[in-house]
Ligand binder design. Structure first.
Ligand code: H79
Length: 426
């Protein structure tokens, strides 16, 4: 009797949050990775006005279909893209397999509206990218839009794309079947995939998406693949990462994120390098290297990753502004990587002066913005054994009190981040 009760309790608890070991390991890998490259690239890149151009300019489906027949990125070179990602120090790439415009950037049997069957290019860039990623140890994730401005069965419509000349009818269950069939292709034909990064569910958050079915399909096909939903809501069962768009975890300056922060899932911040996701030829609002380092450090200080975006050009090349910043971040990480990779949120929550990360007993104090020679850091939760500057290893003076630790900082030399390594212990 007693053991029967225990059995029932046990299986109930398992049903709630049983996550197989390979997925738990993949989540840990993800939390260690800390830095990813986001790539928005598709037919929209041709117009150089961002990935929402079909909606924004009310382009008719028939006209956009014609535009797609001209997509021919002859200068695309997957190995060059992956070489850039390597130099930048990212551990994973997340690329648009299909954005809201509904055009599939991969070979699919579910629709001829895909890059192999519809364009003169005739190649599958995702396959080429997957091969190059596998050869160089970078994990590849597929962005996949649940929202579709082209598919006739995306009906009823949600908040977007009412002015593109689409029929006002469709079969939702057929749309879900189409999506699941495409996801099956993405998880079967490209080797081991990091996971699926979903977007666009916010277009109609209360529709019968049948997420459980889709998530089970993904986890069944690749048990280590992560589900990363950009739905701006609290995580649901079957989801593996909580991702925040254009915001540090919990910040919600964008206005559509949730302020709730998961305590058990890895976190991620997606960020544009200028002010656009897809290629935007007039967008010159590029963030400085100092600002980007600040985002990487503050994301890590919040326990999260930075997924930093580029929008390649329609010919397959990447603008020099993106390349230069990625190269600079890679150079920065060659020195400061130990204070970022494989860390978790530090004992002191992010402050206006900077952030803390930790790995084991080592706490990294990142001083991004502090003009004075002394910095009161607050309690680290353990005694300080030693402290030194990460660059040059010169000792840093410290004083401990009930209020925490005060550090004597090395002089600022205009660098984006001064990192103090604090070794703690009993
Ligand atoms: O792929 C990039 C964007 O195209 C996509 N996500 C990133 C990663 C994205 N689309 N829209 N947004 C991000 C912002 C979302 C704005 C919203 Fe709304 C505010 C969604 C719901 C409320 C306004 C009203 C836009 C759609 C409905």
């Amino acid at each position: 009797m007693m053991s029967a009760v225990l059995l029932v309790l046990g299986s109930a608890a398992q049903g709630r949050d049983s996550v197989p070991a390979e997925r738990l390991a993949a989540r840990r890998w993800f939390a260690d990775a800390k830095f990813g490259l986001f790539i928005h690239w598709g037919v929209y890149s041709e117009l150089g006005a961002g990935e929402w151009v079909m909606h924004n300019r009310k382009i008719a489906v028939s006209d956009y279909e014609w535009l797609a027949t001209t997509f021919n990125p002859t200068k695309f070179d997957a190995q060059q893209w992956v070489a850039l990602a390597k130099r930048a120090g990212v551990r994973y790439i997340t690329i648009t397999s299909r954005h809201h415009d509904g055009f599939s950037m991969f070979k699919t049997a579910q629709t001829s509206y895909n890059i192999v069957d519809w364009t003169p290019f005739r190649r599958d860039p995702l396959k080429e990218l997957a091969d190059a990623c596998h050869a160089s140890g970078i994990k590849l994730f597929f962005y996949y839009s649940q929202l579709d401005w082209h598919h006739p069965d995306y009906w009823p419509r949600g908040k977007t794309a009412w002015d593109n000349g689409r029929p006002d009818h469709g079969d939702w269950s057929r749309y879900l079947a189409f999506m699941n069939a495409q996801l099956t292709e993405l998880l079967s034909g490209y080797g081991a995939i990091g996971g699926i990064w979903f977007d666009g569910m916010w277009d109609k958050p209360d529709a019968p998406w049948q997420l459980d079915t889709t998530y089970a399909l993904i986890h069944g096909l690749q048990p280590a693949a992560l589900v990363i939903p950009n739905h701006h809501q609290r995580p649901r069962p079957g989801e593996d990462v909580q991702t925040f768009e254009q915001d540090l975890p919990g910040a919600n300056s964008a206005g559509f994120n949730t302020s709730y922060i998961s305590e058990s899932l890895p976190l991620e911040t997606s960020l544009t390098m200028n002010d656009s996701w897809g290629f935007n030829i007039t967008d010159e609002g590029f963030k400085s290297v100092r600002t980007l380092v600040g985002y990487l450090v503050r994301a890590a200080g919040n326990g999260g990753n930075l997924l930093l975006n580029i929008g390649p050009r329609p010919d397959g090349t990447i603008s020099p502004e993106f390349v230069a910043r990625l190269d600079s971040l890679g150079t920065w990480l060659q020195t400061f990587g130990p204070s970022i990779y494989a860390t978790r949120a530090g004992p002191v929550a992010p402050r206006s002066w900077g952030a803390t990360t930790r790995r084991g007993d080592t706490v990294f104090v990142h001083v991004l913005d502090w003009p004075d020679p002394l910095l009161a850091v607050g309690p680290l939760g353990a005694r300080v054994r030693s402290a030194y500057a990460l660059v040059g290893k010169s000792p840093v003076r410290f004083a401990e009190s009930a209020a925490g630790v005060t550090l004597g900082l090395p002089a600022a030399m205009g660098e984006p981040d001064r990192v103090i390594v604090v070794v703690t212990g009993r």
